[in-house]
Design a protein around this ligand. Structure first.
Ligand SMILES: NC(=O)c1ccc[n+]([C@@H]2O[C@H](COP(=O)([O-])OP(=O)(O)OC[C@H]3O[C@@H](n4cnc5c(N)ncnc54)[C@H](OP(=O)(O)O)[C@@H]3O)[C@@H](O)[C@H]2O)c1
Length: 297
C-alpha cells in the first residue's frame, strides 16, 4: 500500500528550496507530492547550481519531474544593480537552463516572476497582465527577460506567476527575508523608530495563503498571472496596522514616523485574472491580522 501510494505521487522539482518560499512550500506539501528541493550553498540538501547546465539536465534526467517550480533567483535588488553580470547569469541564464530541461523532459514549469517588472512604469498600478512592464532595476529587467525567453521556448507547458511582496514570520526550519511584518517586529526589538512612506503602494501577500493554495496553479490554463493580495493602504498605513496588531497602539508616535517620497510609487498588481480562475487572496490588511493571530499576537 505504501509503495502504491508512493508510486502515484506526482513529482515536483523546486529550485530555491532553501529560500523563504521554498522552505515553506516543502514543509507544507512534502507529504502530498514527491519533492526534489534543490539549492546552492552549505545548507542545500540537494545541491544544484542552476547556472550549471549539465548538472541541471542530469538532475532532470534522474528525477523526471511532472512539475517544476523555478523559485531560485538572486532576488536582492541592490545586489543585482551592483553585480549585473552575476545577476543575469542566475536570473536569466539559470532560468533558461531550467526551461530547456523542462522542454527536454516534458516538465510543466511554474516560473516565479515579480511585481518588480513594473518598477519603472510612469503610470500607477494596479497593473494587469496586458500592461507593458518597464523595469528600471537589474532584478526587474532580469525577470522580464527570463519571462520572454521562457515564453518563446515553452508554448504549452509554462505558467508565469508575478508575485507581489510576500510576508511571514520566522518559523522552525525555514528561512526568512525582509518583509513588512518581520521588519516591524525587528524594529520594535531593536528599539528603532520606523519611517514609512505615505505615497508608496504595494500588494502584500501572506506567504502561507499563497502556498496553501499553490496546487491550484497546476490546474490553471498555461499563461501569465498576477499573483497575490489586493491592498489599498500605503506603506505608512500598513505599518500602523501592523504595530497595532502587535499591541503597540499606545506607542505608535514613538515607534513610527511618516515620510513622503518625491514621487508616488504604486507597483500593485491587478490579480483579478487569477481570482476569476479560483485562486483568491485575503486583502492585505486582513491577511496581516490573520498572520499575527496565527503567531499568537
Ligand atoms: N519573497 C518575495 O516577496 C518575492 C516577491 C516577488 C517575487 N519573488 C520571487 O520568488 C522566488 C522565491 O523568492 P524567495 O523570497 O523564496 O527568495 P530567496 O529566499 O532569496 O530564495 C531564492 C533561493 O535561490 C538560491 N539561489 C541563488 N542563486 C542560485 C543558483 N545559482 N542556483 C541555485 N539556487 C540559487 C538562493 O540561494 P542563496 O541565498 O545562497 O543566494 C536562495 O536560497 C524568487 O524567484 C523571487 O525572485 C519573491
Amino acid at each position: 500500500m505504501t509503495n502504491l501510494n508512493k508510486q502515484s505521487k506526482q513529482k515536483i522539482l523546486i529550485t530555491g528550496a532553501n529560500g523563504f518560499f521554498g522552505t515553506r512550500f516543502i514543509k507544507t506539501w512534502g507529504q502530498r507530492y514527491e519533492i526534489l528541493g534543490t539549492d546552492v550553498g552549505p545548507k542545500a540538501k540537494v545541491a544544484l547550481d542552476i547556472t550549471d547546465r549539465e548538472a541541471v539536465f542530469s538532475a532532470f534526467a534522474e528525477f523526471q519531474p511532472d512539475f517544476v517550480i523555478h523559485a531560485a533567483a538572486i532576488a536582492v535588488t541592490d545586489f543585482c544593480n551592483l553585480h549585473p553580470k552575476a545577476a543575469h547569469k542566475v536570473n536569466v541564464g539559470g532560468a533558461l537552463n531550467i526551461g530547456e530541461a523542462c522542454k527536454e523532459h516534458n516538465g510543466r514549469l511554474v516560473f516565479i516572476s515579480t511585481e518588480q517588472v513594473f518598477n519603472g512604469n510612469a503610470e500607477p498600478g494596479p497593473y494587469k497582465e496586458s500592461d507593458t512592464p518597464e523595469p528600471d532595476t537589474v532584478y526587474g529587467q532580469n525577470k522580464l527577460e527570463a519571462e520572454g525567453k521562457l515564453k518563446a521556448l515553452l508554448e504549452d507547458q509554462l505558467w508565469i506567476l508575478r508575485f507581489t511582496w510576500l510576508f511571514g514570520l520566522p518559523e522552525r526550519d525555514t528561512s526568512i527575508n525582509p518583509n513588512v511584518v518581520w521588519n516591524a517586529l525587528q524594529a520594535q526589538l531593536a528599539g528603532k523608530k520606523m519611517v514609512e512612506r505615505t505615497n508608496e503602494y504595494r500588494g502584500l501577500t501572506y506567504v502561507h495563503e499563497l502556498i496553501d493554495q499553490f496546487p491550484k496553479v497546476f490546474d490553471l490554463p498555461f499563461g501569465l498571472y498576477h499573483t497575490g493580495a489586493k491592498n489599498d493602504l500605503s506603506r505608512y498605513q500598513i505599518a500602523r496596522l501592523i504595530l497595532t496588531g502587535f499591541g503597540q497602539e499606545d506607542r505608535l508616535d514613538e515607534l513610527l514616523d511618516h515620510t513622503e517620497a518625491p514621487q508616488d510609487r504604486d507597483i500593485r498588481l491587478d490579480t483579478s485574472l487569477l481570482a476569476a480562475n479560483g485562486v483568491v487572496f485575503t486583502e492585505s490588511k486582513d491577511a496581516i491580522m490573520k498572520c499575527l493571530k496565527e503567531f499568537g499576537f
